[in-house]
Ligand binder design. Sequence first.
Ligand SMILES: NC(=O)c1ccc[n+]([C@@H]2O[C@H](COP(=O)([O-])OP(=O)(O)OC[C@H]3O[C@@H](n4cnc5c(N)ncnc54)[C@H](OP(=O)(O)O)[C@@H]3O)[C@@H](O)[C@H]2O)c1
Length: 180
Amino acid sequence: MKEPKNCVFIATSIDGYIADKNDGLEWLNAVPNPNNDDMGYVEFIKEIDALVMGRNTFETVLGFDVDWPYDKPVFVLSNKLKVIPVSHKEKAFLLKGNLGEILDQIHQKGFTRLYIDGGATIRSFLQEDLIDEMALSTIPVLLGGGSPLFNGLPKELKFELVKSKTYINQITQNHYKRIR
Ligand SMILES: NC(=O)c1ccc[n+]([C@@H]2O[C@H](COP(=O)([O-])OP(=O)(O)OC[C@H]3O[C@@H](n4cnc5c(N)ncnc54)[C@H](OP(=O)(O)O)[C@@H]3O)[C@@H](O)[C@H]2O)c1
């Protein structure tokens, strides 16, 4: 079994939001990407065993007019959702509880390298210092409000920059690793 690690791969606006004031994501496509550069996503997802995402992000992805984009198990965190829609019950699995218990359950199934997604979910992992790596892509737009990626951290967490890359001449992507 591979060493457990929890990774973030997310895009933010210059002012640090992951969704705009209307919960919209159209600004993610603000920079034309005619050759469909995956901006490191394929390389990132290859090293991942499973995803852990908050209910809001799960519902956002379900609402996209595309096929289900993941070929790895998706663990959805929710207190409100009672069941995963039948259409996705082989692909997504509901979990709740404290993060330690949630991670134990996922690790016991053999999935150790995890992609953590969703604003509230990422923040709750950071609050317990459970994020090991973050790839943050900055879209060159100021949204002026919306859902912030970071806030409410109880203590300082130091990271080191391990890689920095610019995609389509406009989008910077910084890879950080937690210094423990
Ligand atoms: N920019 C990007 O690349 C990017 C990436 C991902 C998402 N987004 C956007 O970000 C927004 C979603 O972020 P969000 O802040 O709403 O957060 P989220 O993490 O997607 O969802 C939050 C919900 O997850 C559930 N949850 C989280 N931790 C839990 C735990 N330990 N136990 C049980 N349930 C837990 C709760 O659901 P219940 O209320 O059901 O209990 C909570 O309300 C959406 O607009 C999405 O489209 C953007």
